[in-house]
Design a protein around this ligand. Structure first.
Ligand code: ADP
Ligand code: MG
Length: 691
């Protein structure tokens, strides 16, 4: 139940003065549907309106002047403005007005009248002028002109100044809320109270009051992060509490492992034992396996599935595309079958009798492992005893989809897998409700990928070198980025590139792009994997996990446009066999210093976690990590980069709070419930973006 103290914040924006049927949709687009959303609009800049005289007015500055009107000059042509000649004791200034209505100004501001005007001062030849003053008021109304004006985001039909009025009204309605912060920490960090922070946020005096590290913004960011961390921690506790089948480590899995043509890496051993710890605990597992493409996640999942099979249960492994599902199936099926564990592949392609047969086997429990796509969680798929759901590239699935799969059994253990390396702090934000195992070591025997940055001016050399290696039997990816606003333009660029490569190199050039359907993409990808195509040109990121060992060249056009993590993932698609591989980063010169440094990191290391961490340091902002794509929460106040330190503290704080007061019943606990409502981060809502 929402506490009554919050009712004013949850009132619809229509309840704000001046928000009628015309404004409401605009304001909702800008902020959101309720008063709280308007209150939470962050100002982006401020205007200082200095009161001064004409002689001291500075060109380019916003000034406030008390002037007397001297006369009106009509426009000389239809494109010309009205000019109001004005002066004060120190000099003259022209007020400029375009548009037909300007003719009516004289009635309101007659010759001889005194007015306060405020706006940007410009110089036109020798004349000082102010075009369309922001304010033009009677001398006694001087207080209508703020000294400092906070500027908010605006939209067509809803100017920033109107938005400011709404924000101010929301602020006047904001209640005082009970303090939810630990008093000692709050004092140490010198943070203001919640309401106080909002007041400061909306009444900045100087530019630096608008930066990320002001006490007010840190306070609000912390509140937001704490609400989120708390909700995730609660969810984690709740999940742990749901009892789940105990699955012991098995000799069956040991036999599967022993029969592998390689030994597990240390990181794989560690991850497997963490997974096994969860499976044996009797509590439901929610674990994320993070590791670069090719780090050996699938093998770890396979051994866990063998444990499940040994204890009489079934597992399902779900991948976002058919080709990935098929590759997983090929990896798993025979090592498992050798120990008597049966696996089936279930995708959208299965139809008719074959599909019926597979479904029957799953329902009867004669098959212990199902590998597949979205086809796995369709309504008619029934498991005999589903105990473990493995979700590969988990961010590619909606929460509802994962849940539909998990709902096909009782308290099904979840093992999510992700190949997107992210720094620890961000890990907490994205996966606070999961336990994380990292595979930060590559299987031995891989030849490192030679990485080179090459200016676009030398693309011809790259193409002729490519022709050579293709003739020698190699395969290559050629990535064209999505850069323009129009996908069609990007597609055109990729088509042109593919055509050019065809004339240079011959027939075996394929093209995949975002406008193709899933099956169409899959078909081209499959041709590439089967070696029917030698060069694969792609506008969109090639499926992350696709394994084409014969592909040894990765060319990335306009590499400077990509996030580092993305470049790293793309590069991860080559260098999977024993042959020497290369990654060519084509860039449009000249490179900025930061861009240069970023591309350099890739040359220096192959460790995805290190790359992600460095990228974070270097960029310090923006969405270089592709956070939005990975389901990163859209925070209002918190900036995951600027407020990294707060993320860590909020995570610790949340765990401590729940350890002491699991039901949030203490006075602080009650206040924290209010906090969760304020930010909509109740345990149930974590789902919306938990990845
Ligand atoms: P991921 O799922 O992390 O992308 P996979 O589990 O698919 O990685 O492994 C990639 C490739 O490496 C597979 O061909 C797999 O057989 C192989 N592999 C996995 N673990 C090892 C290991 N410890 N030593 C050698 N090769 C391995
Ligand atoms: Mg994989």
């Amino acid at each position: 139940m929402r506490p009554p103290i919050l009712f004013p914040l949850y009132a619809p924006i229509g309840s704000l003065k001046g928000v009628g049927e015309r404004i409401a949709p605009l304001l909702e687009k800008l902020a959101g549907p309720i008063v709280r959303d308007v209150l939470f609009l962050k100002p982006h800049s401020l205007i200082r309106r200095r009161k001064t005289t004409v002689v001291e007015a500075l060109e380019g500055e916003v000034e406030t002047l008390l002037i007397e009107i001297d006369g009106y000059i009509k426009p000389r042509g239809p494109q010309q403005p009205w000019r109001i000649k004005a002066f004060d004791g120190t000099g003259t200034v022209d007020l400029i007005f375009f548009g037909a209505y300007a003719g009516q100004l004289e009635a309101k501001h007659p010759v001889g009248a005194k007015r306060w005007v405020s706006g940007k001062v410009e110089r036109y030849g020798l004349t000082l002028q102010m075009s369309h003053p922001d304010y033009m008021v009677l001398p006694e109304k001087v207080d209508d002109i703020p000294d400092v004006e906070t500027v908010y985001p605006a939209t067509a039909g809803l100017p920033a100044r109107t938005v400011r009025k709404f924000v101010q009204e929301s602020l006047s309605r904001a209640p005082d809320l009970p303090e939810w912060l630990d008093p000692a920490w709050k004092a140490r960090e010198a943070l203001p109270g919640w309401k106080e922070a909002l007041v400061s946020l909306h009444t900045p005096q100087f530019e630096h009051d608008l930066t990320e590290q002001t006490p007010q913004l840190r306070r609000l960011a912390y509140d937001e992060l704490l609400a989120h961390q708390l909700a995730m921690a609660q969810r984690k506790v709740a999940q742990r509490r749901s009892p789940s089948a105990k699955i012991p480590a098995s000799t069956l899995a040991d036999q599967v492992e022993a029969a592998l043509p390689f030994r597990l890496t240390g990181a794989q051993v560690r991850a497997l034992s963490e997974v096994r710890g969860d499976l044996q605990s009797g509590e439901r597992m929610s674990r994320l396996l993070q590791g670069d493409v090719g780090s050996g996640k699938t093998v770890v999942a396979m051994l866990a599935m063998a444990d499940v099979a040994a204890s009489g249960g079934q597992s399902a492994m779900m991948a976002p595309t058919e080709i990935l599902a098929r590759q997983h199936f090929e990896t798993l099926a025979s090592p498992l079958a050798a120990q008597g564990v049966k696996a089936v592949l279930l995708t959208g392609r299965d139809k008719g009798a074959a599909r019926v047969e597979k479904l029957a086997a799953l329902a009867a429990g004669t098959v212990q492992v199902a590998v597949g796509t979205h086809a796995l969680f369709q309504n008619d798929v029934v498991f005999h005893a589903l105990r473990l759901a493995v979700v590969d590239e988990q961010h590619r699935f909606g929460v509802a989809e994962r849940q539909r799969l998990q709902a096909k059994g009782e308290a099904v253990h979840l093992l999510a897998m992700s190949a997107t390396p992210i720094p620890r702090t961000l890990e907490l934000t994205l996966y606070g409700d999961l336990d994380v195992s990292r595979i930060d070591e590559k299987p031995p025997g891989r030849t490192p990928v030679v990485t080179r940055a090459v200016p676009m001016t030398r693309v011809g050399e790259v193409e002729s070198r490519l022709r050579q290696v293709v003739q020698e039997g190699a395969q290559a990816f050629w990535i064209c980025p999505l850069v323009s606003d129009s996908e069609l333009v990007d597609l055109k660029a990729a088509e042109t590139r593919a055509a050019e490569l065809r004339t240079q190199i011959g027939s075996g050039v394929g093209l995949v792009h975002g406008k193709m359907s899933g099956p169409e993409k899959d078909a081209v990808m499959a041709d590439f994997a089967d070696g029917k195509i030698q060069i694969l040109v792609a506008t969109t990121v090639v499926e992350v996990g696709v394994n084409v060992p014969n592909a040894t060249i990765m060319v990335i056009e306009q590499a400077e446009r990509f996030g580092l993590a993305q470049l790293h993932q793309l590069r991860g698609r080559v260098g999977r066999g024993r042959r020497e591989s290369a990654c060519i980063l084509l860039y449009d010169p000249p490179l900025s210093e930061t861009a240069q440094k970023r591309l350099d990191i890739l040359r220096r290391t192959d460790d995805g976690f290190k790359i992600a961490e460095t990228d974070l340091e270097l960029r310090g902002g923006g969405d270089s990590l592709g956070l939005k794509q990975s389901g990163f929460p859209a925070y209002v106040f918190a900036n995951p980069i600027a407020h990294r330190d707060l993320i860590l503290t909020a995570g610790d704080d949340a765990r401590l709070i729940l350890a002491r007061d699991p039901e949030l019943t203490s006075p602080r606990g009650q206040a924290l419930r209010v906090l969760q409502e304020v930010f909509d981060w109740r345990p149930g809502t974590v789902l919306k973006d938990a990845g």
